[in-house]
Each structure stands twice: as C-alpha cells, then as structure tokens.
Write a protein that binds this ligand. Structure first.
Ligand SMILES: [Zn+2]
Length: 346
C-alpha cells in the first residue's frame, strides 16, 4: 500500500496547549508520525512517497480564502519574533453573537478558532498545507484507478477544521479536501473513526447530498468537541439525511463499538459511494490518554476489514491518537485489515 507522507509535519510543534486556562504539555506532537512510520516500516509492504508541494489554491475551494490567508500571515509574523515575543498565538476572546465584529488581530484569533487547544506557530501553515497536499495526492491516486487504498500519514489532524475555523488541533481539513476532490467523480462517503466527532467535516458537508458523512465517536456531552456530534444532527437542505452521528458512552469497548461500526458501514454501503474516505484515529484505543474508549489493538484489524467490505477505493487519513507506544501497531493492524492481509470482518 502506498503511504503519502507530509514531510513538513514537524514544522508545527506548539510548546503547549491551554486547558481550562492553564498551559499543559501538548499531546499532538511530531513523534506521533515517527512512531507510525517506524511500525509500518517494520511490518513491511508499504511504499512511502512524499506529498507534492502544497498549493493554497487547492484548499480555498473548501476553506474560506480569508481564513487560509490568516493562517499564512499569522505564521509569517510569528517567524519574525525575537527575544521575549510570543512564538505562538491562541485566542483569548471569541467574537460571538448576531453581528460579531472582527477588525483587529486579537479578535481574528478567536474569530478563526473555536478553542484554546489549537495554537498557531510559525510552522503551522506549512505543516497544515503539507497535509492537505498529501490528502489530495492520495485522492488523485485512488481516482486514477491504480490504487485501491492509500494511507495519508500526516499531522496536525484535520477533521475538526471547519470552513473558516481551526480547532481540535486541526487547521485544514485533509479528509474533507480529499472527499471534495473525489466528489467531482462520484458520490463519496466519509467515515470518521476517530474517537472525537469530526465536527469540521460535518460542518463542511452538512448541506451537501453528494458527500455522506458518518461518524462513530464519544458522546459529545462528555467528550471534545462538546458542541457537535449528537445523534439528531442529520444534515440540512439538500444534505438532509446525509449526515449520521453514532455517539457512544465513555468506556466503550469492542462489545459496544462493534454494532455501531456495523451500522456505520451499512449506512455507507446503502449510499453506494464511488469512494470512501476514512478519518482514522487511534484515540479510541484503551491506552489513549484522552479518548476514554477501551478498544484493544487487535480490534483495529477488524475495523480495517470492515471498511474493506465497502469494495470501493479508500483514502485513509490519519487524524488523532496520542499514545505513541500503540499508534504504530494500531495503524498497521487497521491498514492490514483494509488490505485483507490481517483481520476478519468487524
Ligand atoms: Zn481525536
């Protein structure tokens, strides 16, 4: 299986995130990618390929051009920082209400971001654009018919990024960009298996009938992103009926996860997609520090085998997963199941 690598990922390495007003060590770190790559190299059977250079024009079809410019220009300003000047920006104020006014940089920070977990650094834009380029390359490969499945090995994640807001460690929505490109060729199903609801992907396709979004995740009443991912969010306008959320309680293990995944896969196959894009997270693993689910490593092979049953070309985009000791094994299991080399059906 071909693996598209974002070689700019390490340019984004915030020194901290902010939780309840306090600085805490970041979970979303460059070592995550190194851990996955090492495990895939040991397993063998993967061909690693650098993504082509990123192109801002390729992301502004889905993301707001002003937001993309904000990410680029904020990073460029931070690159000039010297002495005690801050090396990252994070919002303190979130413009809200019927007519929020965003005139200056301090308002823009919160206008273009929905949380305090997602700092922008000098290297954020390059890393995010590299991930987008990797996802688009993967989409082109499966669209070309030569590859049945391509894995996008990247960070920062993307599935929380909305049209014009970063959040949840996500800046550009890699999976959504791949899905949008593939949607020019036929119906696309996005299956989000990260433990957190893919609010950004839902947001971007909520009004569309040509891209189905299905997500299995932790109950947002208790788990990030908190404001989105409930069962009654089903789409709007032409998109009504083309969004499906399957929230599960904290502590969910294989026994509770399996029927939800089966339902998700049935919804996907009922849509008869030409392509499937998987937002793949390992933060549903029992050893993840922030997910709260209890899936064992072996189960990831069954998840991959379940997706394989769709029978159509698949792009797998790496999203979350924050225990570097298990990330690689789980990714290898999932991709093995998807290829049909390990695992049985979900
Ligand atoms: Zn996650």
């Amino acid at each position: 299986m071909r693996v598209i690598v974002n070689r700019h990922q390490a340019a984004h390495a915030p020194p901290q995130e902010t939780d309840n007003g306090l600085p805490v060590p970041p979970w979303e770190v460059p070592d995550r990618v190194a851990a996955i790559r090492a495990a895939l190299e040991v397993r063998g059977g993967f061909v690693f390929e650098d993504a082509p250079p990123g192109d801002a024009d390729a992301v502004t079809g889905l993301h707001d051009p002003a937001y993309v410019t904000y990410l680029r220009e904020t990073g460029a300003e931070l690159a000039k920082a010297r002495g005690a000047a801050p090396r990252f920006v994070v919002p303190s104020v979130f413009p809200f209400g019927p007519a929020p006014r965003v005139r200056g940089g301090r308002a823009a920070r919160g206008g273009y971001c929905f949380d305090t977990f997602t700092p922008i650094t000098a290297g954020t834009y390059a890393a995010a654009l590299g991930g987008a380029a990797a996802a688009l390359r993967a989409a082109d490969l499966v669209a070309g018919g030569g590859d049945r499945a391509v894995y996008v090995l990247t960070r920062p994640p993307g599935h929380h990024a909305e049209k014009a807001r970063c959040g949840g460690y996500s800046y550009l929505n890699n999976a959504a960009l791949a899905a949008d490109r593939l949607s020019k060729l036929g119906p696309v199903a996005v299956l989000d298996l990260d433990v957190h609801h893919g609010n950004g992907t839902q947001h971007l396709f909520y009004h569309r009938a040509d891209v189905l979004t299905v997500s299995v995740h932790g109950d947002p009443e208790l788990l990030f992103p908190y404001f989105s991912g409930f069962e009654d969010e089903t789409g709007t306008g032409p998109g009504l009926g083309f969004n499906r959320n399957l929230p599960l309680p904290p502590g969910t293990g294989e026994r509770k996860y399996r029927p939800a995944l089966e339902t998700a896969l049935e919804v996907v196959s009922g849509f008869r997609p030409a392509f499937v894009v998987v937002s793949f997270g390992v933060d549903s693993h029992e050893a993840d520090p922030i997910g709260g689910f209890r899936l064992p490593t072996e189960y990831f092979a069954k998840m991959g085998a379940g997706v394989r049953q769709s029978g159509v070309p698949v792009v797998v985009v790496q999203e979350g997963g924050y225990n570097c000791d298990v990330l690689g094994a789980c990714a290898a299991k999932f991709l093995g199941g998807l290829e049909g080399t390990t695992g049985t059906s979900a």
